[in-house]
Design a protein around this ligand. Sequence first.
Ligand code: A2P
Length: 330
Amino acid sequence: MKVAVVGATGMVGQVMLKILEERNFPVTELIPVASEKSVGKTIHYKGMEYPVVTMQAAIEMNPHIALFSAGGTTSLEYAPQFAAVGTTVIDNSSAWRMVADKKLVVPEINAHLLTKEDRIIANPNCSTIQLVMVLHPLNLKYDLKRVVVSTYQSVTGTGKNAVDQLNAEIGGDDSVAKVYPYQIFKNALPQCDVFADDDYTKEEIKLMTEPKKIMDDDTFNLTATAVRVPVQGGHSESVNIEFENDFNLDEVRKILSETPGVVVMDDVKNKIYPMPLYSEGKDEVFVGRIRRDTSQPKTLNMWIVADNLRKGAATNAVQIAEYLVENKLV
Ligand code: A2P
């Protein structure tokens, strides 16, 4: 496979390269792509150095697969150009996610929908992926009625400049350009991305719309508050779920522990629960603090954590690529 990684110098792009290497993806030729300013740099992959190239040069090299993580505007402009030369694009931006004829894929849930004709495939939002990994098996069993989610999101989800802002603030350096509207160190910002309809942020709107498309179910309600916190290892989510049918907590834990890609960490007597420090560098979605919401029937609370750069972005994209290869769709 000739594989282009678009945004290879960025936060997610770097993790994509690491995961392609770790999982021994059948790369025969690697094409790292970044903006003009990065041409001249090289990317280290499996003991070899690869020169960073521009979009145009990469398109001319006709890759089989292009993993994109270079922002929505870039994706809107270039993903169709790659698709036009026969490349299958797996795009980590929000550009194509809610477009009706584009598939939004979490392999454990809906990869079976993919066909050879899908030339631009959307990778969901990081907070969405870890949420649906847990919601989907429970929806199949108990039927979701309403979900209320509050996120505690890592700065790595914003990109390199955000990590630089946090580290500079920790070090007392105030000269670095601010990505967030306020200081993030010692703070919590109830704003991820910009404000849009009805005073929700774009991140919250993604969380409220993408799960329904992935799970192919619009019969439940979902509301979200997304918060940026001075954390680097992963995103955390406090989730309250009301079901149509009642559940048994032991059965909930059993269903989740049998779900591929999900790990139950739920032993409060021994202070065992998921945390971003623990999830960093791992591919699974961790769930704990599973308990009944005593304020109303058929409702539970839980805490979901995952490394947003891995399962929330790069791992999910590489898993899609693996599915395409295994099923001869590229
Ligand atoms: P560059 O490093 O040359 O700016 P992050 O989300 O961590 O900020 O990373 C964004 C990634 O997207 C980087 O690899 C960046 O490259 C890349 N990128 C941004 N704009 C473009 C563009 N117009 N063409 C190609 N790559 C781009």
